[in-house]
Ligand binder design. Sequence first.
Ligand code: GAP
Length: 604
Amino acid sequence: MPASSLDQVVSLCKRRGFIYPGSAIYGGLANSWDYGPLGVELARNVKQQWWEAMVYRRDDIEGLDSGIILNRKVWKYSGHEGGFNDPLVDNKESKKRYRLDHLLEAQSAATLQKLVELIRMKTKASEIDTAPDKLINGLVHALFDLKSSAGELLTQAKIVDPETDEPGNWTEPRQFNMMFSTQFGVTADEENKVYLRPETAQGIFVNFKHVAETSRRKPPFGVAQIGKSFRNEITPGNFIFRTREFEQMEMEFFIPPPPYAEGERTDDEWHAHWVNERFNWYTDLGVSPERLRKHNHPKEVLSHYSKATTDIEYRFPGSLGFAELEGIANRSDFDLTAHSREVPNNTEARERLKLPPNPDSVENLTFFDQEKKQHIVPWVIEPAVGVARPMLVFLCEAFAIELVDELPEADAKRAGEQLAAYLKSVEKSENLDDGDKKAIVDYGRQLAAMEIGKALPQVSALLELKGATRIELSKKLKGLVDKLIETNYRTVLKLDWRLSPIKVAVFPLKKNEDNIVTLARKVRASLAAHWRTVYDDTGAIGKLYRRQDEIGTPYCVTVDFESLKENTVTVRHRDTMAQERVAIHDLVPFFSRKFSHPAHCREA
Ligand code: GAP
């Protein structure tokens, strides 16, 4: 069972040292996060898995590490300086600022319909496409086309401020460039203005020729890069899902351009290939395909450089729901043309791509096709993903609360009675919205029909449904459920071992038995030469197992009195909790076998 709410994962991350709030001792810095000892290991493992899949296991991709700060002209010709904009709007009363499209997405269908009618009355036109996947984008364009009075219409339509839950008093929407700027040199004048990169991709495009020539590559080949990017996001949030400073993993795959000869792979086929490759990367690392989906961007919302984009989305728990994890774009010949001084059929290509001439570049980013005997601009397929979003997905997927000890009959009975009383109170309540009430009652009845002792995590999830805590009895029920979960259940992260921050934990059975401690430390050192291994003697063995379960450590090794006589230790498996004796001299081959089979941690 994956996490039933994002809060469960956030709380585990903070409690166990995966992720800390940034600059906390000075009151924090909004929506910024630091990775602690476990978070840094998880992030490194995610990046390592991506790098292995993209670079090491293929023979057509090279790596690169370009600068965060590039010549400002890179961003001029990439289109970011003029066009990397988000539509913004403020509520004059709450002083909250929103991205207009995000604000509209949060409105009810009736409110959006009202806004459509008001715009139509104002413009005397009926051009807004109200098809579900086009409505928001159509409204954003229509509001900007109004030039003035858009704020007034948002106010009249009673567009609700998600922060206050009240209709807002809205300003005119305006465009806002998301790039952070700084100065490169001692004086803060316009000449020295530079940007922190908002994507790693441009560093790859401007190095296209270097990589192609020095590694003797010709399309199809790719260049992969991992590194920090910065965007002055208007609505960061949902923990590490959207932040202003983040890390990206991007790969630009350069392919021959159309027209294609019979049997040659087309750009659409390469695009589909990369969508599948990337989808499989997640499922191979343990993400259930049921919670993943592919979403093709409608033409109207494509980025300025894209011919087609498919997002891989994940169904996060709670209100976040399906959200973008990764985007795979067909960037055509946009970028290499944009950064070239001249390409074949220069004027025609720039007109087609709506690109200005580029007198500043000293290079033509083309390759010479020996067969066609001509210079050609490659097309680009780009899988692009952050590091934080896959981290969050792997954590949500791996999170489980499992029953370890059967509940005593009296406790189970008490929990059943309190659940029944709570549901009765929900049914009678006049405080709840009809939809919320139905959702709570329907789910609650399903749980009441189950063996309650085995369904306490689900009862916890029930109490997280919208409106559930408005009922007085919820507090009593929650108090009991939390207590019973604490004593009878364990929290476990069933991470694939390749992602686990720690692979093996070694414990001495007695921390004041010198011989046992010395041997345990020796065992740790011999394993640490191969895998991230920790030593811990800060609790009783049962407690130490639970702690390692909670952070996803696949194996624990306990050194005891028998170890001193027999030279064997107990190896305990995280997922099954099974234990076996293994000879100390056999531990390295034992774990080598375990850690060579990628999926073994998912067998339970
Ligand atoms: N080069 C193309 C590009 O950057 P994007 O869709 O803007 O495309 C790619 O970003 C991926 O980077 C997203 O799918 C997401 O995983 C990650 N990402 C983008 N903005 C982010 C943010 N503010 N915080 C965390 N991750 C972000």
